[in-house]
Ligand binder design. Structure first.
Ligand code: ADP
Ligand code: MG
Length: 248
């Protein structure tokens, strides 16, 4: 697997949101993240710790308040909205907890949708979408509506849609959050396969250690700060910095 090329390079990223009552709430503090091609990384932390905020910045869906962020060597902070959309389209496949499928379109249409922006003729779009549905083993279901499928199948449609654009990077925010453990396990195995066989870099967000364990590297965020970055530790307790008392 080709590793080494820098995919994500965040340097002292901070993010604050304005509060309606005035002032701001700082959500991310001096986040440094470097991820290279071919890695499978999970970003883990409890609810409210800033994972999605971080993911939105990684995915060029939102911008940082300060700090620098380079995606494939390109400085995101100076780009226009159009340029950001182009970067997202070119490099990234998104997978979300709630699938984000169009409920009234069949699954073939759902997978074809992102291909509209790629200037492909209709036949090409259909061919590509069918290829992706085959990859996620849903070829027999192309005329079904999302509502007719199980959660695990819906997430596979969402993955097929993400893959249709031939992304170098998959960003998955709690991809198994709405699934039971069996379906969740299938999705995680599939991510492993995409990473191993196709060399796709995967960044997965989760609040569960047992899910993070499927990846090769874990970045732990707590209250907007990174408290751990490295191999999957033996115990979840190792994700928090040791206090003096613990060390004894
Ligand atoms: P996580 O994904 O780890 O659960 P989030 O990144 O969604 O955490 O949220 C972290 C904090 O930032 C929370 O306190 C949340 O209320 C706040 N937050 C997230 N998005 C916004 C927003 N668009 N506007 C204001 N506050 C936000
Ligand atoms: Mg979240």
């Amino acid at each position: 697997m080709a590793t080494g090329t820098n995919v994500i390079s965040m340097n002292k990223i901070c993010k604050s949101f304005p509060l309606e009552i005035g002032g701001t709430q700082q959500v991310l503090f001096d986040i440094d993240i470097n991820i290279n091609t071919g890695e499978f990384v999970s970003i883990m932390g409890p609810s409210g710790s800033g994972k999605s905020t971080c993911m939105n910045i990684i995915g060029a869906l939102d911008s940082a308040t300060s700090g620098t962020y380079k995606l494939y060597g390109r400085d995101i902070s100076t780009m226009t909205a159009d340029e950001l959309a182009q970067v997202r389209n070119e490099y990234i496949g998104f997978v979300f907890q709630n699938f984000n499928l169009l409920p009234k379109r069949n699954i073939l249409d759902n997978v074809m949708l992102p291909l509209m922006y790629r200037g492909l003729v209709m036949d090409e779009r259909i061919r590509r979408a069918r290829e992706m549905l085959k990859l996620v083993e849903l070829s027999d279901f192309e005329t079904y509506l999302p509502t007719q499928l199980s959660g695990g199948m819906k997430q596979r449609v969402a993955i097929a849609r993400a893959l249709a654009g031939d992304p170098k990077l998959i960003l998955a925010d709690e991809p198994t959050g709405a699934l039971d453990s069996k379906m969740g396990n299938e999705i995680l195995q599939f991510f492993k396969k995409l990473n191993r066989d196709m060399g796709i870099t995967i960044v997965m967000i989760t609040h569960e250690f047992d899910i993070a364990k499927y990846s090769e590297r874990l970045i732990h965020i707590y209250d907007g700060r990174i408290t751990y970055d490295g191999k999957i530790p033996k115990s979840e307790n190792d994700l928090m910095p040791k206090t003096k008392k613990d060390k004894k």
